[in-house]
Design a protein around this ligand. Structure first.
Ligand SMILES: [Zn+2]
Length: 509
């Protein structure tokens, strides 16, 4: 609601091209706004593919009543559901899967015309087989359907990638300002606040962006420590400048071999000169800080981290298997860490978890209390790693409506291991307790994660990140097959940079 006051106080000269007074002005609840999007983070270094069954696709009433979009009900507008598809980060999206979801989205969008606005809840780091700039494709396709007058507002993860096609097809943009992400709903609300208020006030904003040729893993650019902390902390204040609707600063997604993969600043507003100043300042600050970005925790090889954890006099130590983290695009089926834990003969250790559908199913067939031989790991990507052969005792089987939702807890010597039928993280305390596990009671907790989640981080004593191999290997300068990436730090030595602010092509329309 605070936006409205500044929009009202903005002088006529600062207002960019206004729309003709729309028909909904007399009755705001008649504002016609559609919403729909697709969210996934795709490592192009992964050999697995995201297919239809990997997406949670919500449409119609199920989407309208979903908790994630409950906040839309507070607006004096009619938000109409199209399609929202989301999946756990992983490999590229299979082309036919993307085409089918997009076709459904566009069909539903067409049926809702005419539209005053469209809200696009996106992630920003999607990669579709045989396509560059997948979000740009989604937005351009939506724009073609809704026409040039409709206002488009998008929300993004700060690990998303932006492109000219993205900027030139939308009117408003807002990205997370925290990593780990604790402002998901706030960001979605910022995107929708702007949209509803611009429609209410008959204002047409524009976008200015400044690409920054710096790429790094999210594990180095958390907003919890410097320099991320100070860079992102200034955004709310910058957002208060007259004529500015939103200020976003994005890390980008490094594990996508695409020309658009880069950090950037994006500013939405009705005062292009101020927006340009902010975008250039942020780009310069980010560039100047590029060498300061470091891992926020102790790191080492898998062996070094296990050794450190076992010698710790405090507990629980938490060891993150960072190269195979499913929330960053890792496959989550690798068993190297398990192999090392067993070789080290660790005791009192819980490992949650490894995705292995055949091993999980075998545990369900054997039943609680049974001891059975298992081959664990490398079931999703047999070329990526090797399985570990063990004898395991089944401790617990989670009641599951479908086989892929199964989770089994087994004991292998001193390791209590969680096996899961589908790729998923174990980043919340409840992920452990619902399996009968009390994380605090273990000497060592192993998770497939990058920086630790807000729930696990306070528990870690010490926190250790293993720089392990996988689809999101943190050793980014040695990533193979970088065919398309634009010259950027730290890939090109001696790179120079002068920030440039680019105005959306929509400004002229
Ligand atoms: Zn993210």
């Amino acid at each position: 609601m605070q936006r409205r006051s500044f929009l009202k106080s903005a002088t006529a000269a600062t207002l960019v091209a206004s729309l003709p007074r729309p028909a909904f002005s007399a009755a705001r609840d008649q504002m016609r706004i559609a919403f729909g999007g697709i969210s996934i983070e795709c490592s192009t270094y992964s050999r697995i593919r995201a297919r239809t069954e990997d997406f949670n696709v919500l449409t119609g009433d199920a989407l309208a009543s979903s908790a994630r979009f409950g906040f839309l009900k507070k607006y004096p507008a009619n938000f109409m559901p199209t399609v929202v598809a989301s999946a756990t980060p992983g490999g590229p999206v299979d082309r036919a899967t993307y085409d089918a979801i997009k076709a459904d989205f566009l069909k539903r969008l067409s049926a809702m015309l005419p539209l005053d606005g469209l809200y696009l809840p996106m992630h920003g780091a999607m990669f579709v087989d045989g396509m560059q700039d997948a979000e740009g494709d989604w937005m351009e396709s939506a724009r073609r359907v809704v026409g040039p007058r409709c206002l488009l507002s998008a929300s993004y993860d700060l690990h998303g990638n932006v492109s000219p096609r993205v900027i030139d097809n939308i009117d408003m943009f807002s990205a997370f300002r925290t990593a780990p992400h604790i402002d998901r709903e706030e960001t979605m609300q910022r995107a929708c606040n702007m949209l509803v208020h611009c429609l209410s006030e008959n204002v047409r904003p524009t976008l200015v962006w400044a690409p920054i040729p710096v790429l790094m893993p999210g594990e180095r650019s958390s907003t919890e420590w410097q320099p991320g902390k100070r860079l992102w902390a200034q955004l709310p204040k910058l957002n208060e400048q007259p004529g500015v609707l939103d200020v976003s600063l994005l890390v980008g997604y490094v594990w996508a071999d695409e020309p658009r993969a880069t950090a950037c600043a994006v500013v939405t507003g009705i005062a292009p000169a101020t927006q340009k100043k902010i975008a250039i300042s942020l780009a310069q600050q980010y560039w100047d800080a590029r060498k300061e970005f470091q891992f926020g925790t102790e790191t080492g090889t898998i062996d070094e981290c296990i050794d450190r954890a076992m010698k710790a006099t405090t507990h629980p130590a938490i060891l993150a298997d960072s190269g195979d983290n499913p929330t960053g695009g890792g496959t989550s089926d690798r068993a190297e860490v398990l192999e090392e834990l067993l070789r080290y003969k660790v005791q009192n250790t819980v490992f949650a978890g490894i995705t292995d559908r055949p091993a999980t199913d075998a545990c369900y067939s054997a039943g609680v209390g049974a001891t059975l031989p298992l081959s664990i790991g490398a079931t999703l990507d047999p070329l990526g790693s090797k399985p570990v052969k063990v004898r395991a005792k089944v401790l617990f089987l989670l009641p599951a409506p479908t086989p892929k939702e199964r989770e089994a807890v087994v004991q292998i010597d001193g390791v209590t291991l969680v096996l899961t039928g589908r790729r998923r993280p174990y980043h919340d305390i409840a992920d452990f307790t619902r399996l009968g596990l009390q994380p605090k009671s273990f000497k060592l907790i192993v998770v497939k994660s990058g920086y630790l989640s807000p729930e696990l981080a306070p528990l870690a004593n010490p926190s250790l990140m293993a720089l392990s191999d996988g689809a999101i290997n943190q050793d980014i300068v040695h990533l193979p097959a970088n065919k398309y990436r634009a010259p950027s730090y730290p890939f090109i030595a001696g790179l120079t940079f002068v920030p440039k602010a680019i105005l959306s092509e929509r400004h002229a329309t």
